[in-house]
Design a protein around this ligand. Structure first.
Ligand code: ATP
Ligand code: MG
Length: 590
């Protein structure tokens, strides 16, 4: 087909949108693919629609090919099922809530586990009905705290979500694997450079879980990879704890006056100056304790102290991921006032008399959890719970016993992979898809049971699988665009070819028309820039709009040639007019 730019509903913009943080956002808006209506809420214009529909098409084909059946469930939903699974509360501020005219609570679906579970429960009652996989490509609503980067993180967005229903764990494994295979085909066809990483299950609950991340420096997710094939979202990394040490070999606990040394580096410097030993004191011998307030979705709070080696920091995203749907914030001055036992800069699990200060069983009864590197027999320099005092030789398992382990320290380039497969490297990515085994959580909560082959009622086991369809448009744009504009791969471009008729000669427009007609007949989609605009404007727009092949019909026509450009590589060649169509077809691989 042929579309003429003179009638296409599009306006390219010369300036970047003020809120554009990443190139894909800038170019999708400037090229007239999407338009902002409110923060995180975008309209799709004709060019954007075409790309979105192509992504949808690929996702739909692959889901149907793996045997899932397409449905479309409402986005506007009643409260009750979400109340039953606790997600009305757990989703917190991320849930868009509203009331109907009768005052009933409603919500705009952020994800649809509840409704799929209930619908299957209504319709099916036997193992013979399973396995079943259902999917939809539908608009989701999440009142994201930080809508960002255009449609990359919207508050309204298009997701493909699917749900599998099986009678037993083996069935779930097979459904999960079938989805995983389909996702590999989908992201291959989208042309994304992606990695599959172990993930945290998050608010959905459940066990086995992997994410598909498009490798991109602007991505919000950090993941690690090792030479031996370990790959995980940094949130899901579980540090392999070192071997426990012998308590008998630990030094005595000793009080040290550390005047005004309330930070790790100040204590290290002070000890090296005033109490030197054969090996200098280092930050990784310190036990750093940080106080947090945990706020549950119902608004109740609880203090929590995290202990970790002094050379490490808490990774906020890893911490958040562990406690989701609760939120975690560092103690502020007011919190410290409420807990006078905690001395800023001098916190530690015991005092100089050896009395426990932190921990549920201690006088403070504040929960105390430590990094997995803090193993039995390891000894530390830490605060003495008195201003200007520290303790050395504080030994885990002898002088203190924490309430548990919390693995939230920052993960660094070169840290060993937990499975022994070598040093980990960090990189960033955009989460494109997430697959996970929900197990029986939703089926249990909502009573989805079927009769097994012995006539016994058993609870169905489920999986849940998402692809960010609108996000994929932005992710492809993000990983393909350059400093001049968008740069679509052939399979996703709104049109494979853009023809620029430059100049005023009627012959130029006639020839451009003719070439467009022939290409269209050959099955290509063609965008014809037939506007009465300067060549400079047309060249610039051609680059911004990002069709993979650009044909320039202009000055060269007098000599019988046109120019064929590859938008992605920038390669240009002059070809005889008569060869223009075949040159384009070759580039298009048609
Ligand atoms: P994120 O960590 O990026 O917020 P999520 O873990 O909340 O994602 P899921 O609930 O697993 O995501 O949703 C499935 C898919 O939907 C994600 O893999 C992502 O591609 C897409 N998605 C999630 N939130 C958004 C959003 N706000 N805007 C666009 N796409 C989104
Ligand atoms: Mg999210």
């Amino acid at each position: 087909m042929i579309e003429k730019l003179s009638r296409l509903f599009v306006r390219t913009l010369r300036d970047d949108p003020v809120d554009a943080e990443v190139p894909s956002h800038r170019w999708l808006v400037r090229a007239g693919y999407i338009r902002r209506v409110a923060p995180g809420i975008y309209s799709w214009l004709p060019l954007g629609m075409k790309v979105l529909q192509k992504v949808e098409g690929i996702v739909r084909e692959e889901m149907l090919a793996m045997g899932a059946q397409e449905v479309h469930f409402p986005a506007l939903l009643p409260r009750e099922p979400y109340e039953t699974t606790n997600r009305w509360t757990d989703y917190g501020d991320n849930l868009f809530r509203l009331k109907d005219r009768r005052g009933n609570d409603m919500l705009l679906g952020p994800t649809h586990e509840e409704i799929f579970t209930l619908t299957v429960k209504d319709m099916y009652n036997s193992y013979k009905d399973l396995p079943l996989s259902l999917f939809q490509i539908q608009t989701k609503y999440r009142d994201e705290a930080r809508p960002r980067a255009g449609v990359l993180r919207g508050r309204e967005f298009v997701m493909k979500d699917s749900y599998s229903f099986d009678i037993d764990d083996a069935g779930l494994d097979a459904s999960y694997q079938a989805h995983r295979d389909a996702y590999v085909r989908i992201f291959d066809r989208l042309g994304l450079n992606y990695v599959i990483v172990s993930a945290m299950a998050g608010a959905m609950g459940g066990s086995a879980s992997e994410e598909f991340l498009a490798v991109a420096p602007n991505g919000e997710d950090t993941f690690v990879r090792s030479p031996g094939g370990y790959a995980a979202n940094v949130e899901a990394v579980r540090v392999a704890p070192p071997e426990a040490l012998s308590i008998d070999e630990a030094p005595e606990m000793t009080v040290v006056d550390t005047p005004a040394a309330g930070s790790i580096s100040a204590v290290v410097d002070f000890l090296n100056a005033e109490h030197p030993q054969s090996e200098p004191w280092t930050a990784d011998q310190m036990l750093k304790n940080i106080a947090y307030v945990l706020t549950r979705p119902d608004g109740t709070t609880e203090p929590l102290i995290v202990g970790l080696p002094g050379d490490r920091d808490v990774d906020a995203k890893r911490l958040e991921a562990v406690f989701e749907p609760s939120t975690v914030a560092p103690f502020n001055a007011e919190d410290f006032e409420k807990h006078p036992v905690l001395k800023v800069g001098f916190m530690g699990p015991v005092d100089a008399a050896g009395q426990a200060v932190l921990g549920e069983e201690s006088a403070s009864s504040i929960r105390y959890v430590v990094d997995p590197r803090i193993v039995t027999g390891s000894h530390w320099v830490t605060g003495a719970n008195a201003v200007d005092q520290h303790l050395t030789g504080v030994t885990m398992g002898r002088d203190f016993t924490p309430d548990g382990v919390l693995d939230v320290a920052d993960v660094r380039d070169g840290d060993p992979a937990p499975d022994g497969s070598g040093p980990m490297q960090l990189a960033r990515g955009i989460e494109m898809g997430h697959i996970f085994q929900l197990g029986r959580r939703y089926a249990d909560a909502l009573g989805l049971k079927v009769l097994d082959n012995n006539g016994k009622l058993v609870t169905v086991t489920m999986g849940s699988y998402g692809v960010g369809v609108s996000r994929a448009v932005a992710a492809v744009a993000e990983t393909t665009c350059d400093d001049k504009g968008l740069c679509w791969p052939l399979e996703l471009a709104p049109y494979q070819v853009q023809i620029l008729a430059t100049g005023k000669d009627a012959a130029v427009f006639e020839e451009a028309d003719r070439i467009a007609g022939e290409l269209s007949q050959q099955g290509l989609d063609v965008l014809l820039d037939d506007r009465k605009a300067s060549p400079g404007v047309k060249f610039a727009d051609g680059e911004i709009l990002g069709m993979p092949i650009i044909v320039v019909v202009g000055r060269g026509l007098a000599d019988g040639v046109v120019e064929v450009r590859n938008r992605a590589t920038g390669a240009r060649s002059e070809v005889a007019v008569a060869d223009a169509v075949s040159a384009v077809l070759e580039l298009a691989g048609a």
